[in-house]
Design a protein around this ligand. Structure first.
Ligand SMILES: Nc1nc2c(ncn2[C@@H]2O[C@H](COP(=O)(O)OP(=O)(O)O)[C@@H](O)[C@H]2O)c(=O)[nH]1
Ligand SMILES: [Mg+2]
Length: 381
C-alpha cells in the first residue's frame, strides 16, 4: 500500500513450450475479460500500460484478420522473441482500488532448453524467478498433440509436452508457496486448441473425458509434486478455445530437426464460416483469476486493517493518558497533548480507510461469486 491508495499486485506465470498458444491465450484473456466483466459485474479489466495495450491489439488484429480471410495456419503468430510483461488492472467500478496483475510471456524455447546463448540463459533465469514467485500458474497444453499422436508416436508425448521441464518449475514454485501459506496458490491446467474435442464448440463428437484423462495421465507426476510440496494449492482443469471457429482437418508427423524424436505433429485446420472468434473457457479462467486475486487482496487488506486498528488504539490511549496534574498541565501548555491527539486522529483515519477497502473487496467478491462457472471447469484437488 502506498500514499495513492492501496495497490495489490500479483504475478501470473504461464508454463508451456513454444507454439502451444501462450501469447494467444494472454491476448484473448484481456479481450474476453473486458467483454465479460464490463457486462456482468462490479469490476472492470483494463490494460495497465501502453505496451500491454499495443501487444494485445497486434495479436487481436492478426488473428481476427486471418480468420476473416479463412487462412488459418498453425504457425500464424510470430514467435515471441523476448520476455514481455502484460500488466492488467482489475478495478471495482467507481472505486480507486486497483488490483494489478502481471502476466509473463516468454519464448517457449527457453523452457525447453534454457535458450541458446548466455544472454538467453540470463533472461530465462529472470523468468524462472518470476514463475517461482507467481500466485497462479497456468499450464497451457497442446490438445492436438495429446489426442492425435497415435500409438506409434505415443512414446514421444512426454518429451514433446516437456513434462520434465514443467515439473522442475512447478516444484520450485510449490516449495515457495508452502513457505507463504497466507498467499494464493493455484495451478490451472488448460488444454488449448481443443475445438475438435468438445461438443460446446460445435464438434459433433464429445471427447472431453478422454482429453481430461490424457492430461491427468501425462501430468500425473506434476500433479503429485504439487500435492506433496504445496498441499494447500488449488489445482484446476479448464480446456480453452482461443479461436473456437476452427476445425482440425488432419494432423501429420513431419520431420523437424530440433524436436524430440526428430518429428513434429503439424495440424491443418478449416475455418468454420463466418470466421468469427467464439472463445470458450476464457470466461471461466477470468472468473477464477479474479476471485483468487480479489480474495487474496481481501486477506491482505484484513491484515492491514487489524494492524492499523491496533496502532490506532495504542495512539489513542497514549493521547488520553493522564500523567499527574502538573505534568498534564505542562503537556497541554507545550502542545504535546494536542500533537498526540492529532497522531491518534490520523491513525484512526488510516484504520477506517483500510476497513473501507476490506469492505469494498468483500462486496466485489460477492459480485464475482454470483457468476456460475461453465461445464468445462473441473477440480483436480
Ligand atoms: N486451433 C487453435 N489454435 C490455436 C489456439 N491457440 C493458439 N493456436 C495456434 O497456435 C499457434 C501458436 O500460438 P502462440 O500463442 O504463438 O504460442 P506460444 O508460442 O506458446 O506463444 C498460433 O499460431 C495459433 O495458430 C487455439 O485455441 N486453437
Ligand atoms: Mg509466444
Amino acid at each position: 500500500m502506498d500514499a495513492q491508495g492501496p495497490v495489490f499486485e500479483y504475478k501470473i506465470g504461464l508454463l508451456a513450450p513454444s507454439q502451444v498458444g501462450k501469447s494467444t491465450l494472454i491476448a484473448g484473456l484481456l479481450t474476453e475479460g473486458q467483454r465479460l466483466l464490463n457486462r456482468e459485474t462490479a469490476v472492470q479489466l483494463t490494460a495497465a500500460d501502453r505496451p500491454t495495450r499495443n501487444r494485445i491489439a497486434t495479436t487481436d488484429n492478426l488473428v481476427s484478420g486471418a480468420l476473416k480471410a479463412r487462412v488459418f495456419q498453425p504457425r500464424l503468430m510470430p514467435s515471441t522473441s523476448d520476455p514481455s510483461w502484460f500488466r492488467l488492472l482489475l478495478e471495482p467500478r467507481g472505486r480507486d482500488l486497483p488490483i494489478r496483475f502481471d502476466i509473463l510471456d516468454y519464448p517457449g524455447g527457453w523452457l525447453e532448453n534454457g535458450g541458446e546463448s548466455s544472454e538467453h540463459e540470463h533472461k530465462w533465469n529472470e523468468c524462472e524467478a518470476f514463475l517461482a514467485d507467481s500466485s497462479v500458474l497456468i499450464v497451457p497444453i497442446d490438445s492436438v498433440l495429446l489426442m492425435e499422436a497415435g500409438a506409434e508416436h505415443a512414446h514421444l508425448l512426454t518429451s514433446q509436452l516437456r513434462v520434465f521441464q514443467i515439473k522442475q518449475v512447478v516444484l520450485r514454485w510449490a516449495k515457495n508457496r508452502r513457505e507463504r501459506t497466507g498467499e494464493p496458490a493455484m495451478v490451472i491446467f488448460c488444454p488449448v486448441k481443443c475445438e475438435t474435442y468438445l461438443p460446446d464448440s460445435g464438434s459433433l463428437q464429445d471427447q472431453s473425458a478422454e482429453l481430461r484423462h490424457q492430461v491427468v495421465d501425462q501430468f500425473s507426476e506434476v500433479l503429485e509434486s504439487i500435492r506433496e510440496a504445496a498441499p494447500h494449492a488449488s489445482i484446476r482443469y479448464l480446456p480453452i478455445d482461443t479461436y473456437g471457429c476452427v476445425e482440425l482437418v488432419s494432423a501429420r508427423w513431419t520431420p523437424h530437426a530440433d524436436a524430440p524424436g526428430g518429428v513434429i505433429l503439424v495440424p491443418k485446420y478449416r475455418v468454420r464460416p463466418p470466421g468469427t472468434i467464439v472463445r470458450k473457457g476464457l470466461d471461466d479462467l477470468i472468473s477464477l483469476l479474479c476471485r483468487q486475486l480479489v480474495d487474496s487482496a481481501r486477506m491482505q487488506s484484513e491484515q492491514t486493517t487489524a494492524q492499523r486498528q491496533a496502532t490506532a488504539r495504542h495512539s489513542r490511549e497514549y493521547a488520553d493518558l493522564r500523567e499527574g496534574f502538573f505534568r498534564d498541565l505542562w503537556l497541554k501548555v507545550n502542545g504535546e497533548r494536542s500533537r498526540r491527539e492529532r497522531v491518534a486522529d490520523d491513525h484512526q483515519e488510516r484504520y477506517l480507510e483500510a476497513q473501507e477497502t476490506t469492505k469494498s473487496l468483500i462486496d466485489v467478491l460477492a459480485a464475482l461469486a454470483e457468476r456460475q462457472h461453465g461445464p468445462r471447469l473441473h477440480h483436480l484437488s
